[in-house]
Write a protein that binds this ligand. Structure first.
Ligand SMILES: C=C(O[C@H]1C=CC=C(C(=O)O)[C@@H]1O)C(=O)O
Length: 451
């Protein structure tokens, strides 16, 4: 079948053109595309509820390394898209988008050898040179280029990649296999940390703090990120699967499968959810149901969850004409169950998705309350740098629409090692042993994809 081609060209103030070329592809598996894409850095993998994206190279890169990072990314993106006719004849999902993420903490997270975040700035976004998007049963290849030869660069790349993908096949790599090297903190230190946090909550200094651990594993073989993401897709199809390998060749690869949407903005409509409060899965259906019921009735978990719902509502209120909270349910994932409440807002004005990300991050599902005291407690307690763990990852476009997930159930991999991250919300009634068991469950998605 003849593929459809479409294009767009626009010229910015600086005279450099942004050219975008696209065509529809037939019979290409997303995993095969990703396998071809990861041969060069930077690359990005993104799979949300509606689409799967594999992208490689950078027509443009936006980075912010200190203070005011959300605003600086927004300004640089506005300059990139300014006066360029990016609303093209391409389908909307194949339009130019910037993919990337932010670090959890504002400013330096400190240097810790256990989690070496070299190459992951406070904010880093790419307009991919090549991207393939699968959505509604259709697959589009798009190329983008900026500069004096933008049109011919994008055109040549489109032809080259079309040919390359015609015989691409999905990776068949088996999991690398692992040996757990260290847990930071170890069980005793974790228990002491949680007890200290509960003391601070009892004294009234804090309402909630989300403490995290890091688990470092040695890999027995080399890691194929596309294969690991493929396995995560089979076990966690309803989660956002993401992978980011920045351009810096010293950087690792950050990847995972997160159940937590930070938000999606589509015009004036904003969709988000509170996700907090956890329990395990049962061995039988009866045990599963019993655990779900116990979670839904638990005073500790419903309190931990309600704090997140209230904080998100409050943040959105500043921008919204209306904020609606849906029904709280128990969301079941392969290894864990969570309390979840959907929240929707209608914006009062045309607020950029990055302004909303800035307002919401970190929600008390990954930070705590009051926010500043909780962040200080996290920095004091944690002996590793969170880097991009528990931070916003996703995309935005020229119109200020976009979608961001919270980078939990994730790991940073480099060479033959990976550091996995998992956290748990600590409130007044928290039991340190139960919180330890909970973070072990939260390592499982990535752990299982590696072994
Ligand atoms: C911080 C994490 O999970 C958050 C999301 C869902 C449930 C959570 C909880 O019950 O503590 C956490 O707030 C993590 O997985 O690293």
């Amino acid at each position: 079948m003849e593929s459809v081609r479409a294009d767009t060209v626009g010229t910015a103030h600086d005279g450099d053109a942004l050219a975008v070329r696209g065509c529809q592809l037939e019979d290409v598996a997303p995993a095969a595309v990703l396998d071809a894409a990861v041969r060069d850095r930077p690359w990005t993998a993104w799979a949300g509820p509606e689409e799967t994206v594999a992208a490689t190279g950078a027509a443009a890169t936006i980075t912010a390394t200190d203070g005011d990072r959300f605003e600086r990314v927004r300004r640089q993106a506005a300059a990139l898209f300014a006066d360029r006719d990016v609303q093209s004849s391409l389908p909307t999902f194949a339009r130019p988008r910037l993919f990337g993420g932010f670090a959890f903490h504002d400013g330096d997270g400190g240097h810790h050898p256990e989690a070496d975040w070299t190459g992951f700035p406070d904010a880093n976004f790419h307009l991919p040179a090549v991207s393939v998007v699968e959505r509604d049963g259709r697959t589009w290849l798009t190329t983008a280029a900026v500069g004096p030869d933008a049109e011919s660069t994008a055109e040549t790349a489109l032809d080259r990649w079309r040919e390359k993908l015609a015989d691409a096949s999905p990776p068949t790599t088996s999991p690398p296999g692992i040996r757990i090297r260290s847990e930071i903190p170890d069980r005793d230190a974790w228990i002491a940390q949680v007890e200290a946090a509960v003391d601070r909550i009892d004294r009234g200094d804090l309402l909630k703090v989300v403490l995290a651990g890091a688990q470092t594993v040695d890999l027995a073989g080399s890691l194929s990120a596309p294969a690991a993401l493929g396995r995560l897709g089979e076990t966690y199809p309803d989660c956002y699967r993401f992978g980011f390998a920045p351009g810096n060749t010293d950087a690792g690869t950050f990847f995972g499968a997160t159940p937590e949407r930070l938000l999606r903005r589509d015009g004036r409509r904003v969709q988000t959810a509170a996700l907090a409060g956890s329990t395990g899965r049962g061995d039988t259906q009866a045990e599963d149901e019993w655990l779900a019921e116990e979670l839904a009735e638990s005073r500790k978990d419903t309190h931990e969850h309600a704090l997140v719902v209230d904080a998100i509502r409050e943040q959105l209120d500043d921008f919204a004409e209306s904020v609606e909270t849906g029904e709280r349910t128990v969301r079941q994932l392969a290894t864990v169950q969570h309390l979840q409440t959907p929240i929707e807002a209608t914006l009062a004005t045309d607020v950029h998705v990055l302004s909303l990300v800035e307002a919401l991050h970190p929600t008390p599902a990954v930070g705590g309350l009051p926010p500043d005291e909780a962040l200080a407690a996290i920095r004091d307690a944690e002996a590793f740098d969170r880097g991009w763990y528990a931070a916003p990852v996703g995309w935005f476009d020229a119109a200020g629409d976009g979608e961001f997930a919270v980078g939990i159930r994730s790991a940073l991999a480099r060479d033959r090692a990976a550091t996995l991250f998992a956290g748990a919300g600590i409130v007044a009634d928290s039991d340190p042993d139960a919180e330890w068991d909970e973070i072990q469950l939260k390592y499982r998605p990535v752990l299982d994809a590696l072994r």
